[in-house]
Design a protein around this ligand. Structure first.
Ligand code: 5GP
Ligand code: MG
Length: 188
């Protein structure tokens, strides 16, 4: 697997450090005095890609939280560009009257957040904030989509690792990197 990665874009220690910083910011924004009506949030990782990011982030946020799950697919199989986001399943629990923080691995075209944020509002969340580990720079399609927390801006390249997949492989690669073209062919 390691040989399939052509280039590491973000090594694991940089990811860990940035995840801790994001957790600190999120904790401050969801505790008094920033949030006088309580210090509780509902975290909703968008699966499967945000799985590892979520596990690391939430263990650095020492406030009361519930977890809801949402599975969205936008790159089915060996696609390298979004095929449109589709909600495949949800186990959100009751989000009525709750402050929701959506987590995604990467913000690219914005299609996923554009689809999912209104769903949470329709289900009665009082507030919906968004947090992405990566955001691809210079994507005009996503100019209307806000992410309240962004870990890293990256160039417009297809990346894998730390939860991000190619055809459901490489999620367990601990760094974030770019695949070798041979691997793209072999794992298609
Ligand atoms: P968007 O809907 O904003 O276009 O893209 C968000 C979703 O597409 C992410 O949740 C992620 O699953 C997938 N995605 C976007 N860019 C990449 C990428 O470079 N690599 C991988 N593995 N998935 C991506
Ligand atoms: Mg995803």
């Amino acid at each position: 697997m390691v040989g399939d990665i052509e280039r590491i874009l973000i090594p694991r220690d940089k990811i860990a450090q940035r995840v801790r910083e994001m957790a600190e910011q999120i904790t401050a924004d969801h505790s008094p005095p920033a949030m006088p009506d309580g210090d509780e949030i509902t975290i909703v990782p968008i699966l499967t890609g945000a799985m590892i990011f979520c596990c690391d982030l939430i263990r650095e946020i020492p406030i009361a939280m519930r977890i809801g799950l949402l599975t969205v697919s936008s790159y089915p199989g060996s696609s390298l560009r979004t095929q449109g986001s589709q909600v495949l399943s949800q186990k959100l629990g009751d989000v009525r009257g709750r402050h929701v923080l959506l987590l995604d691995d990467i913000l690219d075209s914005g299609g996923t957040l554009r689809k999912v944020v209104p769903i949470l509002h329709e289900l009665g969340a009082i507030s919906v904030k968004t947090c992405v580990l990566l955001r691809k720079a210079d994507r005009p399609e996503a100019s209307d989509v806000t992410a309240d927390y962004v870990g890293f801006e990256i160039p417009d390249e297809f990346v894998v690792g730390y939860g991000l997949d190619y055809n459901n492989y490489y999620r367990n690669f601990p760094d974030i990197g770019v695949l070798h073209p041979d691997a793209i062919e072999r794992r298609a």
